[in-house]
Design a protein. Sequence first.
Length: 98
Amino acid sequence: MDIEFKSKQLADASLSLTEAGRIFGLPIGRKYIQRVAVLRAVDKFSQLFGLKALRLHRLKGKYAGLYSITLTGNYRLILEKLQEDKVKVMDLEDYHGD
């Protein structure tokens, strides 16, 4: 699948564990790189629903129209489906705000 990134920081972090660890901390950075690798490995967005560990779901409220996949604990990756074979990584966040 093709991937776009909302920011250069998200794009850079997807390519380097050192950079991802510096930005997000090592455990979250490692999981971020793993999740982006999964996005790159699938051909279509719909295939992500078959990967239960991702817990892919549509968001509501201020994120209506976007999707989320779980990283660890409270951390999630926010995605925008652009086409069936293209997504945009919008953000990585702690959705409990701790």
